[in-house]
Every structure is written in structure tokens, then in C-alpha cells.
Design a protein around this ligand. Structure first.
Ligand SMILES: [Zn+2]
Length: 373
């Protein structure tokens, strides 16, 4: 099988060299879930968490597809390899012709692990209920094994269909809007400067970043009318980083998240301004494109980018997200004790390869200490 689990980068990178891969068909907008019926599935294996099982939405989705369904509702945050094994056993016995992931990033990550275990690949559908991970269009999955997060990267993990239905976003709690939205923004900011990027990924990242910067505060404050556009922007950011890769920010937050069990978006928001400073020397022009799109003032690119960093810090504050690792719940002593372990995990993370410049161990330590606050 052509994938690498546990820290090794997928080695056949040919699919990125001058290739634009448009794998996932996306249905979006109010009532998009109704399109599931057109897919003609007969045996549907639905992967979700207890929340969507108990509130009846998983059953409603199965009803929308039609056919015979089975629900695996054991998904937990940061899904582990053993959780995937449990779901895989159930899925193999059921032998579905459609695998459907319903929920946030954890449900999609878990479903992707299950997908790889099936002897025959069913149609794979993602129905995201948060606007952030972009997993509904990417070849990435993050699974946890013995406290370490491992990116799993395989082109077959890209869903065949993504259903972005506004109706699923109406009751999103502000905390999830904030954390997922900030995650999507970090995807834009890493993809736009990635050394694997090009016009395609940059165009998507710039548009998505502009949309998120403008609309996230409104959605957080209760304006439901903007959630559909935020959802689509998060997916565009996903397409962008699926094409271009990510960078040092994600390498570090995977390592930190594995060690301290703090949500991905909270850590990403803390690190983003610091990583922009780190990469600015080689990526000023790309950051400036985002800054201009977001209406930042400044005749010089450096000024516009500085203003963008300020705007990101204000957005973070508006969304109630921490501005330092200390505020995110990490003690300085704990960080120092686990520093080498975290830096080593980040160094081996596949995401690091997309960063526009190489980052030494010492620079990672400095980044973490600065972010500590
Ligand atoms: Zn992310």
C-alpha cells in the first residue's frame, strides 16, 4: 500500500509535481444533505461520535442516504489506532458500499483509518459539522498512538464526496466556531507560503483567509447567515493545503497537542504570529498578498504584514482564544521538561517539509519559549 504511517512522509510525491488533483465532488449550501440520496448506496457504514448519535442526526443522515445502515458512534477526540481497529472490525463485518464520516475532524480522521482497513474501497463521503480541518477534501488523517500524533497521508484518503450543509452549522457552539475557524486560518497561512505551493493553492488560501478574517467574528457573535461561507472557506483552505502541504506550525502543534491534549486550533492561534515572524524573511511577498486581500494598510509589504499579524491577534482575542501557551494551559516547567521530546516529534512530522525555510531544533525551542509568553 502506498502510504506511510507514523511520521514518514509519503514518498511518491509525483501527484504534486505540476498536477492539480480535483478528487472530491463538493455539494454545498442549505439542504445539501439531500444530495446523498442521488449516490445510490445500499449499505452505509456511518462513523460519528456519541453526540451525533444521541441527538438523532446520524439517523437522519442515514435516512437521507436510504438503504441499510450501521452506525459506529465511538469516535473520541484525537482518535487512537486502537479506536480505528475497533471501528474497522465492525465495518469489515458489515461490508459497506458507502463509508460516511459525520462530525468534526476526529470523526473524519477515524473514518479514514477505517477506510484503509477495508478490503474493497467503498464510496467515501464526508459530512463535516465544524468548519476547520478541511479533512473532507484532504489526503491527510491524524491518528494518535501512545500519546504521539501521526499524520497519515495517502491519496486514497480523499473523500469522493463532501457535503457542506449550512443546516448542520446552525447550533455550533462559539468555542467550536473559534477553534475550528482559527485552525482553518492557520491552514491558509501555511499553504500560502508552502514551498510546494503554486498559483492554484495560493489563490484558494488567499480567498479563504480573507473570508475567514472577515466573517469569523460575525459567526462567533451569533450571525448564522455567514456560516455557509465560512464552511466553504474552510474547505477551500483544505484543498489548498492538500495541494501545497503545511509547515512548521502544524509540525509543532501536532507534537504539543499529543503531549498536552490541547485542541489543535487553540495552539495554532497562539503560534501563528510567531511562525509568521520566523518565515517572513523568505515569505514576505506571499504574506503580503493575504494582507492586501484583507485590506491591511501599508505601502511597504513589511508594514502590511505587520498589520496582518496585529489583525490576527485581535481576531484571536475576539474569539476568546489564548494568546500564549501559558494561557492555553501549559506550564513553563512542563514545557521545559518535555522540550526535547516535543522538538524531536515536530522534527519528524511530515508537515515540516512544506515549510518555506528549514527550521533548526534551536529555532523550534526559541519559537516555543516565545509562544510561552
Ligand atoms: Zn490544522
Amino acid at each position: 500500500m502506498e502510504f506511510c504511517i507514523f511520521g514518514k512522509y509519503y514518498c511518491k510525491r509525483w501527484w504534486r509535481m505540476g498536477t492539480i488533483s480535483l478528487t472530491t465532488k463538493i455539494y454545498f449550501g442549505k439542504g445539501a444533505v439531500a444530495r446523498l440520496r442521488d449516490l445510490g448506496a445500499k449499505r452505509i457504514f456511518l462513523v460519528t461520535d456519541a453526540f451525533f448519535f444521541q441527538n438523532g442526526i446520524a439517523k437522519e443522515i442515514l435516512h437521507a442516504v436510504g438503504g441499510e445502515g450501521k452506525i459506529f458512534h465511538g469516535v473520541l477526540p484525537d482518535p487512537s489506532v486502537s479506536l480505528v481497529a475497533e471501528g474497522s472490525k465492525m465495518a469489515q463485518e458489515f461490508a459497506p458500499d458507502m463509508l460516511l464520516a459525520l462530525g468534526g475532524g476526529s470523526s473524519m480522521d477515524c473514518a479514514k483509518g477505517i477506510l484503509l482497513s477495508l478490503p474493497q474501497r467503498p464510496v467515501f463521503v464526508a459530512v463535516p459539522t465544524t468548519s476547520g480541518t478541511g479533512s473532507e477534501v484532504t489526503a491527510f488523517s491524524i491518528l494518535t498512538h501512545e500519546g504521539v500524533k501521526h499524520p497519515l497521508i495517502d491519496p486514497t484518503l480523499r473523500p469522493d464526496y463532501a457535503i457542506l450543509d449550512d443546516d448542520l452549522l446552525q447550533n455550533l457552539p462559539p468555542k467550536l466556531i473559534a477553534e475550528a475557524g482559527m485552525d482553518a486560518l492557520t491552514h491558509c497561512m501555511e499553504a500560502v507560503v508552502s514551498k510546494e505551493g503554486d498559483l492554484y493553492s495560493q489563490a484558494l488560501a488567499v480567498t479563504a483567509a480573507e473570508t475567514l478574517m472577515e466573517l469569523l467574528p460575525r459567526s462567533f457573535d451569533g450571525d448564522k447567515s455567514v456560516r455557509g461561507n465560512i464552511h466553504l472557506a474552510a474547505t477551500l483552505a483544505g484543498i489548498s493545503f492538500d495541494h501545497a502541504g503545511l509547515g512548521v506550525l502544524h509540525a509543532v502543534i501536532h507534537a504539543l497537542g499529543g503531549a498536552f491534549h490541547i485542541p489543535h486550533g487553540r495552539l495554532g492561534g497562539v503560534l501563528l504570529p510567531h511562525v509568521m515572524v520566523l518565515n517572513e524573511k523568505v515569505s514576505l511577498h506571499q504574506y503580503a498578498r493575504v494582507a492586501r486581500a484583507c485590506g491591511m494598510e501599508g505601502a511597504w509589504e513589511k508594514t502590511a504584514v505587520r498589520n496582518l499579524r496585529g489583525a490576527i491577534c485581535r481576531l484571536r482575542k475576539h474569539l476568546g482564544l489564548p494568546s500564549t501557551l501559558r494561557e492555553a494551559g501549559i506550564e513553563s516547567k512542563e514545557l521545559e521538561e518535555r522540550m526535547e521530546e516535543i522538538v524531536s516529534a515536530a522534527e519528524q512530522d511530515a508537515c515540516l517539509l512544506g515549510n518555506p525555510r528549514s527550521v533548526s531544533r534551536e529555532e523550534m525551542r526559541k519559537l516555543l519559549r516565545e509562544a510561552m509568553g
